[in-house]
Write a protein that binds this ligand. Structure first.
Ligand code: FAD
Length: 386
């Protein structure tokens, strides 16, 4: 029996997490014939494990541009999302424990104001009134009002289903074994051909594209029983920035989120070099103790479930969005670390602009994979060896 003829599309996407799903919908809306391939289920991977905080970050101008643009796209999309997506613009309160962190809150406030992002500095008393379960005596905080939360797996499923309704092919249950030279191959021998392939396999991206500067960064989350009103905003300690910046050491930070169900999502941890999916008990304990340091009463709440997930981290903390060096058919949409829910929509928008040769909403330059010369050299060497 001869093998089935390959299927042809304009764009084939590997990975049905939030980034792949957002790309599928944006590409099909732009008029492309699209196929999306996922080995497990839509919205699995980090998308199922993440916190769903849609947050403007300002570590760098590039990070700010991508998170802010994407947040605007989330607000525009929100009216079309199903209720199960649990989109809510709750706002983030960056909690300042002491005067030094309050000065950082003031800096952040000015920085965001200069860029048109509304935020409000909170005194100690205002913080206590807004979040009565925080420990008394904290210095204050910064409320960033347009930050939001969603339930990411439901959104990913919704975006992919919308894409399917508009004509995209969705192939689930088989892993990609080869991606390059205009061809995607699955582990059952199926072949999909397209002039544009997109690697959106998150932290697994180096499997399909060897040599990518993407590493797994493990995280833990815990979810409690229902305690409506216990937390009212996404609360993040300003010290979070220090832990998120560390590229080598294990770290935890106070980061809690109220869910629409009344449950509280408690994070977060960051670990390199640990690819074991099992819960790391000492790190989990440290994470929960950190939460109790900021919210003493949280220690008495009933935790229902704890899990881990892997962020796709790059050396410069910016994602890889754009053409892959050394393969004219291959495009990358990975390396979003702890911001892939926030930035999925702007990622898709940047790729549409590149595919249609139209003006992008923000400059694509900071995210281009070609910034990693090492990657370029590695792939060139590989090509020469073949
Ligand atoms: C603990 C934790 C908390 C987080 N909190 C937030 C947050 O609050 N806000 C935020 O913006 N981001 C957050 N993130 C980051 C966010 O979850 C990720 O950046 C985002 O989900 C990445 O989406 P993705 O589609 O690129 O990857 P994934 O969601 O990992 O999707 C990749 C998909 O590719 C599939 N796949 C992999 N290999 C293959 C293959 N060979 N063949 C076929 N399919 C394949 C996988 O099954 C998976 O479904 C958090 C992450 C973690 C771990």
């Amino acid at each position: 029996m001869s093998a089935a003829a390959p299927l042809s599309y304009d764009v084939v996407i590997a990975g049905g997490g939030i980034v792949g799903a957002a790309c599928a919908l944006a590409f099909v809306q732009a008029g492309f014939r699209v196929a999306l391939v996922e080995r497990e289920f839509l919205g699995s991977g980090a998308t199922a494990a993440g916190m769903g905080h849609i947050v403007v970050m300002d570590d760098s101008e590039a990070q700010f541009a991508l998170t802010r643009r994407s947040q605007q796209l989330w607000h525009a999309l929100s009216a079309t999302l199903p209720s199960g997506a649990e989109f809510e613009a709750l706002g983030t309160i960056w909690v300042a424990a002491d005067e030094e962190e309050l000065a950082e809150a003031a800096r952040k406030h000015q920085h965001l104001s200069d860029r048109g992002v509304p935020s409000l500095l909170l005194s100690c008393k205002e913080l206590e009134a807004m979040e009565p379960n925080l420990r008394p005596g904290l210095a204050g905080g910064l409320l960033v009002t347009e930050d939001a939360v969603v339930y990411p797996p439901t959104v990913a499923l919704h975006l992919a289903q919308q894409a399917q309704t508009l004509g995209a092919a969705i192939l689930i249950g088989h892993a990609v074994t080869y991606l390059g030279d205009g061809e995607l191959r699955l582990d059952d021998g199926t072949r999909l051909l397209a002039p544009r392939l997109v690697n959106a396999t998150g932290a697994e991206a180096p499997f399909c594209t060897p040599g990518l500067p993407v590493k797994k960064r493990k995280g833990h989350l815990a979810i409690t029983d229902r305690y409506p009103g216990f937390v009212r905003h996404q609360l993040v300690e300003l010290g979070y920035l220090k832990s998120a910046h560390s590229l080598t050491t294990d770290s935890v930070a106070f980061n809690v989120q109220p869910r629409q169900t009344g449950q509280i999502l408690i994070g977060s941890s960051r670990q390199y070099g640990n690819e074991d999916t099992a819960v790391d008990q000492p790190l989990l304990t440290a994470m929960l103790q950190r939460a109790a340091l900021y919210m003493p009463a949280i220690g008495a709440l009933n935790v229902l479930r704890v899990w881990t997930g892997f962020r796709a981290a790059t050396p410069d903390k910016l994602p890889l969005i754009g053409p892959a060096p050394a393969d004219a058919t291959l495009w990358l949409a990975t390396g979003h670390e702890g911001l892939g829910i926030t930035t999925a929509l702007a990622t898709a928008e940047l790729l549409v602009a590149a595919f249609t040769d139209s003006a992008p909403a923000i400059s694509p330059a900071p995210y281009l994979p070609s910034r990693f010369n090492q990657l370029h050299q590695q792939q060139t060497t590989l090509q020469e060896m073949l």
